[in-house]
Design a protein around this ligand. Structure first.
Ligand SMILES: [Zn+2]
Length: 302
């Protein structure tokens, strides 16, 4: 009896000390075998990769941008829960500055999973619809509601100035209804989040307001509205160019019109997906085509 009480106390103390020391600057929790790769794009901008879904042992979540400013480090997204220490280890390998700002491109757990790991002193910024979507997630309920974004915006928001400036844009629905495009104007770099996740059909999360019908239109607005970019950080694949983004927009538009045509001629989702040819888009896969066609059918059948 006594022993179990003592054990309970020890566990409680252990949990408490993890909770206290889990934040940045404190002694590290062992991150075990969890290691993310780091890619240098500029002296003050890095990408934490290891972000391709498929192998659950190595999949850490989406590409994280690490932007080092005079006032501290801004992260764009925070990967899957449990990878916070691995993220922090790599940030510390390139700067001694603390993480002061987190921008979430959208609500999904592989992009918001370690918002809480960095503590309540960090300013979390997201589109207003993303905040609403995050409020529905178990990860942000109860006490964890304190890690919800405190700063939100509707159409455009600028953080910082000069070489530290970051522009956040919202152009409409696609992957969700709250996807932010993050631009580092001085570096000519754009982070698209999962609005351009990979070279395959998009995932349109209709439960979070996503739309494969709106996606090509939204991407068209991005291409028209964001200029002066050389490098594109996609949600989950290696670095791309603005040309790749333009090609992706065409791909999504093609897939939409194909789905509408097939639906009108009474074809099943399976048939419509099978008859969509990705060959004319070099390097593209068709693993997610059926899901996207299904999303279009579901959206248009009312
Ligand atoms: Zn996502």
């Amino acid at each position: 009896m006594k022993r179990s009480v003592l054990l309970g106390m020890l566990i409680a103390v252990g949990v408490l000390s993890i909770a206290v020391t889990g934040y940045q600057g404190q002694p590290a929790q062992p991150s075990g075998a969890r290691v993310v790769d780091i890619l240098k794009l500029k002296d003050n901008l890095y990408v934490l990769t290891s972000s391709t879904p498929g192998n659950p042992a190595t999949f850490s979540g989406g590409n994280v941008a690490v932007f080092i400013t005079d006032g501290g480090v801004t992260l764009v997204d925070t990967k899957l829960a449990g990878w916070g220490q691995a993220v922090l280890d790599k940030v510390k390998s390139v700067t001694s500055k603390p993480v002061t700002t987190i921008i979430n491109t959208h609500t999904h757990g592989d992009h918001t999973g370690n918002d809480g790991f960095f503590g309540t002193t960090v300013e979390i910024v997201a589109h207003e619809n993303t905040k609403t979507n995050m409020e529905k997630m178990d990860a942000f309920k109860g006490d964890n509601a304190k890690f919800l974004p405190k700063k939100t915006y509707k159409d455009k928001l600028t953080l910082g100035s000069g070489k530290d400036r970051i522009d956040l844009y919202y152009f409409g629905a696609g992957h969700t209804n709250g996807d932010t495009f993050v631009v580092f104007p001085a570096l000519r770099i754009l982070h698209t989040g999962d609005m351009f996740a990979w070279k395959d059909a998009p995932l349109c999360d209709r439960n979070n307001g996503g739309s494969c019908v709106e996606m090509p239109r939204t991407l068209q607005k991005v291409i028209a509205g964001i200029k002066d970019v050389d490098t594109v950080i996609p949600g989950h694949s290696p670095m791309q160019t603005p040309k790749d983004l333009q090609e992706y927009q065409k791909f999504t538009a093609d897939l939409l019109s194909h789905s509408i045509d097939e639906m009108k001629s009474g074809k099943t989702v399976e048939d419509a997906a099978a008859s969509f040819k990705v060959d004319k888009y070099p390097g593209y896969k068709n693993e997610r085509v059926k899901g996207a066609v299904q999303a279009v059918y579901d959206e248009l059948k009312k």
